[in-house]
Design a protein around this ligand. Structure first.
Ligand SMILES: Nc1ncnc2c1ncn2[C@@H]1O[C@H](COP(=O)(O)OP(=O)(O)OP(=O)(O)O)[C@@H](O)[C@H]1O
Ligand SMILES: [Mg+2]
Length: 235
């Protein structure tokens, strides 16, 4: 479905992504695992067109995304729940959700999208008139993902969903992410430093270090690898 080949991304003189190739098939959950500064967010931000690559191809079902502006990429069915949530704290939950639908066709379908989201996230429905900045960390993360669903993505990118969350809450967020694939057939590419969580729900994963792929494979196999266990799972 989505394919990245030989991606190279620079910030001025800093090489952040150094020749990475990644594939995501329809219906998969694929994880990007790696320490601070590995290049995970850069990869996701490049797919969504916020960051432009120096080299490499990114295609969605064969169509190139590289030269498209972000709103066109969203129209093609890719959305992002960004790192650090990036909500509008002084807008309500519902207003934040509607911000995820201001793009093109999504606005026409906003009522159906809201209905779907409120059935999927009953807690957001209860709190729909509450200011986003007053939600708990877990609720804010749910809202970030829900906002990204307002444009009906086929491929959902999620950057560090467990950031700053207590283990119990991050588990709840991860279960929800898995259900988006299992029940709503949304393909997911997510990044997290929390390898344990990623392995729990992903089919395949890439371990990124210094802008390069260190290891890749089926999550079940990776989670058994000695080095992965020691470095990423602390076992
Ligand atoms: N806007 C920017 N300007 C300059 N350098 C940047 C910028 N964004 C990221 N970098 C650099 O690019 C490299 C990769 O950063 P990136 O944010 O992609 O890593 P990450 O794997 O998402 O890390 P984290 O786990 O901390 O979120 C880092 O060295 C970082 O300092
Ligand atoms: Mg990041």
């Amino acid at each position: 479905m989505m394919s990245i080949e030989g991606l190279e991304v620079w910030y001025g003189k800093i090489l952040a992504v150094d020749g990475i190739s990644i594939k995501v098939e329809n219906g998969e959950i694929v994880g990007l695992i790696g320490p601070n500064g590995a290049g995970k967010s850069t990869i996701l931000n490049t797919i969504i067109g916020v960051v432009k690559p120096k080299k490499g191809k990114i295609t969605l079902n064969g169509d190139s995304l590289v030269d498209l502006p972000t709103y066109e990429i969203i129209k093609k069915g890719v959305t992002i729940a960004p790192e650090g949530r990036k909500l509008f704290p002084f807008l309500t939950v519902e207003e934040n959700l509607l911000m995820g639908a201001i793009n093109g066709e999504a606005w026409k379908k906003r009522r159906d999208s809201l209905e779907f989201i409120y059935s999927k996230f009953p807690r957001l429905k209860e709190r729909r008139m509450q200011l986003a900045g007053t939600l708990s960390g877990g609720e804010q993360q749910m809202l970030t993902i829900a906002r990204a669903l307002m444009a009906s993505p086929k491929l959902l990118l999620i950057d560090e969903p467990s950031l700053g969350l207590a283990p119990k809450i991050s588990l709840e967020v991860y279960k929800l992410i898995k259900s988006l694939r299992d029940e709503n057939r949304i393909t997911i590419l997510l990044s997290d430093q929390n390898a344990k969580r990623v392995f729990q729900i992903s089919d395949r994963a890439y371990i990124i270090e210094n802008g390069r792929i260190r290891m890749e494979g089926c999550s079940e196999e990776l989670a058994k690898n000695d080095e992965v266990r020691r470095v990423y799972l602390g076992l």
